[in-house]
Write a protein that binds this ligand. Structure first.
Ligand code: BJW
Length: 245
């Protein structure tokens, strides 16, 4: 069975990178973006997650983010988040690269995390560019800075460029990795394929409800809920590691 083979390979891994997307948080009750019931089923991406959409209607954008903040604050990490946090302790070097903005990986105990798309619980002043944590649930929209300028969610919208420091960290880790696990992402945002281009020394495994179309060569395709397959993988890995003691 491929999960057992992957566990055996992971037990030899020195440098593991995990790349995650919205599917990891689906079992915590947080909607994904694409597909049935996803955000883009009900809303236009360019209205809610682009600088032009925010300039057009900051109130609409803030209402959407406020609703998502409420969901995130009420949610709990699920077995997939917990398994990824535990995987970090099983290998000498580890990096989690997440597109998620919900902070659930960090709440599950993950330490080495690059949040490429920022955080829904931070804001940025449109005038000064400064960012800070802000978990306020708004009574009035949009949120305004004490300087009078608009505040925006500190997340990466379509058409915006990645933080070069985070990108460098992610590229270095993927380039050096011997294993890359891609979990719960459609891979439709360019960054996933962009990073996997650097995974020249790594075995790539994918955990998803379906075989989503990554451009990279995937050796292990694990179909099913990440909240079931990742804990199962961890159990096999722990068994293999105990056998090696
Ligand atoms: C489960 C599951 C379960 C469900 N278990 N699985 C080429 C070069 C440069 C740019 C571009 C390019 N081509 C296109 C672009 C532009 C654009 C882009 O990629 N567009 C494509 C959509 C066509 N990219 C950009 O604009 C980005 N900027 C950029 O590239 O700058 C250039 C640059 C590059 C390098 C250096 C410097 C500059 C910015 C993109 C920002 C995306 N932002 C969003 C919103 C973030 C804020 C917020 O959350 O509000 O990020 S959009 C949205 O998509 C969100 C997600 O993080 C992202 C990815 O979605 P994800 O996570 O994959 O979710 P879904 O819903 O798509 O998929 C869920 C998956 O889970 C599915 O497969 C399910 O089957 C699965 N699943 N339940 C396991 N229980």
């Amino acid at each position: 069975m491929s999960l057992a083979k992957l566990a055996a390979e992971l037990s030899q891994s020195r440098k593991l990178v995990v790349i995650t997307g919205a599917g990891v948080s689906a079992e915590s009750g947080i909607a994904t973006f694409r597909g049935n019931g996803g955000y883009w089923d009900r809303h236009k991406a360019e209205d809610l997650a682009s600088p032009a959409g925010f300039a057009r209607d900051p109130e609409l954008v803030w209402r959407w983010y406020d609703q998502r903040r409420r969901q995130v604050l009420a949610a709990e990490p699920n077995p997939a988040h917990l398994a990824i946090a535990e995987l970090e302790t099983c290998v000498p070097q580890f990096l989690l690269i997440t597109q998620n903005v919900d902070g659930l990986h960090q709440r599950a105990g993950s330490q080495r995390v690059v949040d490429l798309h920022g955080s829904i619980l931070r804001v940025r002043c449109q005038r000064s560019g400064q960012e800070w944590d802000d978990r306020r649930l708004a009574e009035q929209f949009p949120l305004i800075c004490t300087c009078g300028a608009l505040l925006r969610p500190a997340v990466l919208w379509f058409g915006e460029t990645y933080d070069p420091i985070k990108m460098q960290q992610a590229i270095t880790a993927v380039s050096e990795a011997d294993q890359v696990m891609v979990v719960g992402t459609s891979g439709l945002v360019w960054i996933v394929d962009g990073l996997l281009d650097y995974a020249r020394q790594a075995t790539i495994s994918q955990f998803n409800l379906e075989a989503s179309p990554l451009q990279a060569e995937v050796t292990y395709q694990i179909i099913g809920q990440a909240g079931k397959s990742l804990p199962a993988l961890l159990k096999l890995l722990n068994k293999t590691n105990q056998g090696q003691d």
